[in-house]
Ligand binder design. Structure first.
Ligand code: PLP
Length: 354
């Protein structure tokens, strides 16, 4: 049966990428050896890493603009501390928009003073705070562009002279942005890029080298940049698959092309949620994420019927996160529009039954 995977991760990738990746595990491009058994210093893998790094910058329009793209390990969670280790000298600001922002704040507090410049915690993170002021003496301001759990997304980023650091783990490469407004972007691969195991970090060279503390080599962006993201053995499979996905995206027409598809998927599901009295959306309308749609069922008595209908249609992974409840339909880049159509048909069929 055809499956429709609405899971929040990891990891939703185009079928052709999965196919090519699995072939490379057996044998990489006719070289007689597997991707995962060749040396990471071999010319074949060095070329893969270089391509992955340059595709990341190309897709974001950051080539030749003083940025480095790195594929590191430790997940986005490692970036919670690495950003602070490398950039926080005295004081940094954080916008608290949910679980992942809170985790970033917790780690950063180990390195300096943290100002929570805005928070939507009092409303269980159902919106993105706006109109807050940003102290000018911050080393950086940290934002989470898409809140995977709560289904909110920053649509307009603050205009400030303070360097911007952004966790884009769950919406990287999903919509067009002026990426040059950020000084550091990080994203775990496992939503829109590749399998878990690597994290993309795109950092502006200018912001590095400004803190007074000593930084251990493995946690120092400058070290990784100077070694072209090969300071130690990289996670070769995760980097290779990320490269394939970025190439797939480029061939599709880049971020502009996928954004159009993502907008169509999002408007399909959100119009159903708005019109169908059996469902109610969780996130404030103007902040709704195009990646993760969070919603509840208004009549709990229909839950079992809905779950059964979803199962029968091959829909998987739409249970909401425990801190929000209800449902969450994650619609990452590789989820076809057709899958959202299947879900929406079931939702409207349920209304007729209810
Ligand atoms: N940031 C965001 C926005 C996430 O959605 C997640 C995981 O889902 C993380 C950070 C943590 O990522 P990791 O598990 O790679 O540490």
């Amino acid at each position: 049966m055809k499956k429709h995977n609405f899971s929040a991760g990891p990891c939703i990738l185009p079928k052709e990428v999965m196919q090519k990746a699995s072939e490379a595990v057996v044998e990489l491009d006719g070289i007689g050896l597997s991707l995962i058994e060749i040396s990471h210093r071999s010319k074949e893998f060095v070329a893969i890493m270089e391509k992955a790094r340059s595709l990341a910058l190309e897709l974001m329009g950051l080539e030749g603009k003083g940025y480095q793209a790195l594929f590191l390990q430790g997940g986005a969670s490692m970036q919670f501390l690495m950003t602070a280790y490398n950039l926080l000298d005295k004081k940094a600001g954080y916008v608290n928009t949910g679980t992942w922002s809170q985790k970033a704040i917790k780690e950063a507090k180990l390195f300096g003073e943290i100002v929570e410049v805005a928070s939507s915690q009092a409303e269980n993170f159902n919106h993105i705070p706006k109109g807050y002021s940003i102290p000018s003496d911050l080393d950086y301001l940290h934002l989470t562009s898409n809140n995977t759990i709560f289904g909110t997304q920053i649509k307009e980023f603050p205009k400030t002279n303070v360097p911007l650091v952004c966790d884009m783990s769950s919406d990287i490469f999903s919509r067009q942005l002026d990426f040059s407004q950020f000084d550091l972007i990080y994203a775990g691969a496992q939503k829109n890029m590749g399998p878990a195991g690597t994290t993309l970090v795109v950092v502006k060279e200018d912001v590095l080298g400004k803190v007074s503390r000593k930084i251990p080599s493995m946690l120092d962006y400058s070290v990784h940049a100077s070694k072209e993201s090969m300071f130690n053995t990289p996670p070769v499979f995760a980097v290779y698959v990320s490269m394939l996905t970025m190439q797939w995206l480029k061939d599709l027409g880049g971020i502009a092309a996928i954004e159009e598809i993502n907008e169509r998927k999002a408007s399909l599901i959100y119009s159903e949620i708005e019109l169908n009295p059996v469902f109610s959306g969780f996130a404030a309308k103007e902040d709704r994420s195009i990646m993760n749609a969070t919603f509840n069922i208004t009549d709990e008595g229909l839950k079992e019927v809905f779950d059964g209908m979803c199962k029968e249609a091959g829909i998987s992974g739409i249970n909401g996160h425990r801190s929000v409840g209800g449902y969450r339909a994650s619609m990452y880049n590789a989820l076809p529009l057709e899958s959202v159509g299947v879900l929406v048909d079931i939702m409207s069929e349920l209304e007729k039954k209810g």
